[in-house]
Design a binder for this molecule. Structure first.
Ligand code: SDX
Length: 424
């Protein structure tokens, strides 16, 4: 084991350095404050490891993403969302019998308690689906109260994984004033979601296999991404021994932010603004570079990837494939391509290693699948759910887990006495 030396006020301290399975190095500062009296300061945690995890590996410089060691490119091409969910949550790919049993458990738990429909009725049609989905996730804990019984945790994980899809479709149906469509056991996960979203009582709805496959690909690509903002939130909340429903509800809220999962909705709104403004992509590239403007190129940049986000590469090709297969043209795709090309040839973006991320093309595909823009981040949450669950389960089962409680550097007033109001 190597060490790192730190000198504070001429006093030398040594801290252990350890290596991950991909040879990343970490300085173990768990005893930093007790040894030195000082804390490490890392706003945004860009240089801080919050945990050890065996779920997902990202190499941001090489543009590598692997779920439990399997390259995202192989899983995108060969796997399915349900199989990837099993992989993330259980740590290995299932055999045929295990996958069949997992599917059957998802089908068993896919219905929601009829009383949950009353919760939807309380929301105005204009409610943002992410607000509703966060409330529905935590509300599941009210219908399944054995929250931390070790015998029940696995069942609650399957309940959450199964019901979130139904709740998401119900959320959409409520927002458009259409009757809820109940799940069907004869359809695959993605087929069933599309059926619940778009079927109407007036005519039979046949799921287009191209659409179902494209949706499954999108869900696979969003399934986990190590310690991103929402996964860290799930771990943070779960570290107090809050149950999986409460922890995931917190993750839904974190994902909603436009700098995180909310970016996929922002990208489409940005592309529509550029389209309505005449399609001058260079104007918006220049705006994104202007420090005086609040404008950012949504769907560009990443805290970890300083190379292409491998998911964006896959989605850029899938956008063409899906639109061609559906005989759909979307002017926003041409604008996106122009924007990407302009940015990738601009020193500002090149110097800062700002590339398209997972959110840049996903919205184009969701549009082609008929998903409304305000549901895009719900689709991200649907995909990320098995990752959140896997992260929560790894944290919950780790005996070394302590409640997450960061420190701070206080910069406020030093001690002062209270003054009576007539003396202020
Ligand atoms: C996701 O963490 C994950 O893994 C997230 C995610 C997942 O799967 O969970 O991958 C999903 O959230 C993808 C990111 C979606 N968000 C967006 O597309 C929003 C636009 N992107 C940016 O806001 C930004 O790039 C972030 C939030 C993604 C990353 O922010 P950082 O790491 O804090 O970077 P930063 O803001 O410090 O930027 C560094 C520099 C700054 O310029 P300088 O101060 O050096 O001059 O790059 C600039 C920034 O101004 N910059 C951008 C930019 N992103 C960064 N300038 C213009 N447009 C952008 N999009």
């Amino acid at each position: 084991m190597s060490t790192a030396k730190l000198i504070i006020n001429d006093k030398e301290f040594e801290f252990p350095v350890f290596e991950g399975s991909e040879h990343e190095l970490a300085i173990d500062v768990a005893k930093l404050r007790s040894a030195t009296g000082a804390i490490a300061y890392d706003p945004g945690y860009g240089n801080t490891g919050s945990c050890m995890s065996s779920i997902t590996y990202i190499d941001g410089d090489q543009g590598i993403l692997r779920y439990r060691g399997y390259p995202i490119e192989q899983l995108a091409e060969k796997s399915t969302f349900v199989e990837v969910a099993y992989l993330l949550i259980n740590g290995r790919l299932p055999n045929a019998d295990e996958l069949d049993k997992f599917n059957k458990r998802l089908i068993k738990h896919v219905m929601v308690h009829e009383d949950i429909k009353k919760l939807f009725e309380a929301y105005p049609p204009s409610a943002h689906p992410m607000a509703v989905m966060s409330a529905m996730a935590i509300s599941l804990s009210a219908f399944h109260p054995d929250l931390l019984d070790p015998e029940i945790i696995d069942t609650n994980i399957m309940r959450l994984l199964a019901k979130f899809k139904t709740l998401a479709a119900f959320c959409y149906k409520k927002s458009v004033g259409q009757p809820y469509v109940y799940p069907r056991s004869d359809l695959s996960y993605s087929e069933d979601f599309l059926h619940m979203m778009f079927a109407l009582p007036t005519e039979p709805y046949h799921v287009n296999p191209v659409v179902a496959r494209a949706l499954d690909l999108l869900l696979v690509l969003h399934a986990d991404h190590e310690q991103n903002c929402s996964a860290s939130t799930v771990r943070m909340v779960g570290s107090s021994q809050a149950n999986v429903f409460a922890s995931v509800a917190a993750g839904v809220n974190a994902l909603w932010g436009p700098l995180h999962g909310g970016a996929n909705q922002e990208v489409i709104m940005m592309l529509e603004e550029i389209q309505h403004d005449g399609g001058d992509v260079q104007k918006y590239v220049n705006l994104a570079k202007d420090k005086n403007s609040k404008f950012r190129l949504m769907g560009f940049g990443h805290r970890v990837y300083k190379n292409f986000d491998p998911r964006a590469k896959i989605l850029a090709k899938a956008a063409d494939d899906v639109l061609n297969a559906l005989h759909v043209t979307d002017p926003l795709l041409d604008i996106a391509r122009g924007l990407e090309d302009a940015a990738l040839h601009d020193d500002y973006f090149v110097e800062r290693k700002l590339y398209p991320n997972v959110d840049f093309y996903s919205g184009i595909i969701y549009r082609a699948l008929g998903i409304p823009t305000n549901m895009f981040t719900v689709m991200f949450a649907l995909g990320r759910l098995p990752g959140w669950i896997a992260q929560w389960k790894e944290m919950h089962n780790d005996p070394a887990t302590r409640i997450n409680r960061p420190r701070q550097i206080y910069t406020g007033e030093t001690v002062r006495d209270y003054t009576p109001i007539d003396q202020r």
